[in-house]
Write a new protein. Structure first.
Length: 291
């Protein structure tokens, strides 16, 4: 190959550009990204929309939407602004979703990596622990943990992460079992690389793509679990959340349906965005799987 050929060859696109090209082919994934961007924007601008306390009284109780432009989406039975609660609730939903997902992924990666890499009795013990957690329905276990730890948003988020780690653990275990005997792992092992380095530097980066995709599922489930707790009156009453709004709105569902319907629509759209994001990530990270 001549120097001229090298100079005329176009530069290869970066991984980020290749990823974006694959991602944008899925129009549904672009819709999910757009909805997710709106939710993030709502969370970031909540303080500008309503600089005060979203739990304070902002108008007459049960004002219908678009009747009073100072509260465009109306008020609940206590006179609180539904629009303000919607924006501040986006913060709580994203906070719970992101932190609970990080907790679940961290626990699942550690347990799955150890079980898949070492195998034998280590695998047997860790998988029996995983199966023990899976025999208990997630929501029942979550109710138990919240009853023990309390209803503060920090404990609720931690509890959601604790009940959501089993599926990531099994996924990581399966990936490690398929990768632990590959050539690049054997080469690193022959060079004297420690087990810790093999696990976290050699194998784990190659096992992350399906975990990243599944993280969107955990985030969606985390938002639903927090909303379910709040709907049952077990959420943190010191924060405006979509679940709290639905739980309080069910008392006036026949006369003021919008109190529960508006935050319910927000939850549905947010969960839908995570689902579409996961589909797009799967297409971008695993293009051969779609084929």
């Amino acid at each position: 190959m001549t120097v001229l050929d090298t100079e005329l060859r176009p530069a290869e696109p970066s991984r980020a550009i290749v990823f974006w090209r694959r991602y944008r082919r899925n129009r549904a994934a672009l819709l999910g990204l757009f909805i997710f961007a709106i939710v993030v924007l709502m969370a970031l601008t909540a303080g500008f929309v309503d600089p005060g306390d979203p739990l304070r009284r902002a108008g007459d109780p049960l004002t219908a939407p678009f009747v009073d432009m100072s509260v465009p989406l109306g008020t609940d039975q206590l006179g609180r602004d539904i629009l303000s609660g919607l924006f501040y609730g986006a913060r709580i939903s994203l906070l719970v979703g992101v932190v609970a997902t990080l907790v679940a992924i961290a626990i699942g990666v550690i347990i799955g990596a150890l079980a898949g890499y070492f195998g034998g009795w280590v695998d047997d013990v860790l998988m029996r622990v995983t199966e023990a957690f899976q025999t208990i329905p997630n929501f029942v276990l979550l109710l138990t943990l919240v009853a023990i730890l309390g209803s503060k948003i920090e404990w609720i988020t931690l509890a959601i992460g604790i009940v959501s780690w089993t599926a990531p653990a099994r996924m990581v275990r399966a990936e490690f079992m398929s990768l632990r005997n590959r050539e690049f792992v054997d080469a690193a092992r022959n060079l004297g690389v420690s087990n810790t380095s093999l696990i976290f530097r050699e194998i784990l980066p190659n096992a992350l793509p399906p975990i990243i995709v599944y993280a969107s599922v955990i985030m969606a489930l985390s938002i639903l679990l927090e909303s379910a707790l709040a709907f049952l009156g077990l959420g943190d009453p010191n924060y405006a959340s979509w679940g709290n709004m639905i739980g309080q709105g069910r008392a006036v569902l026949r006369t003021a349906w919008y109190c529960a319907a508006i935050p319910g629509i927000a939850i549905v759209l947010t969960v839908l965005s995570f689902s579409l994001l996961g589909e797009g990530l799967n297409d971008a990270l695993n293009p051969r799987q779609k084929q």
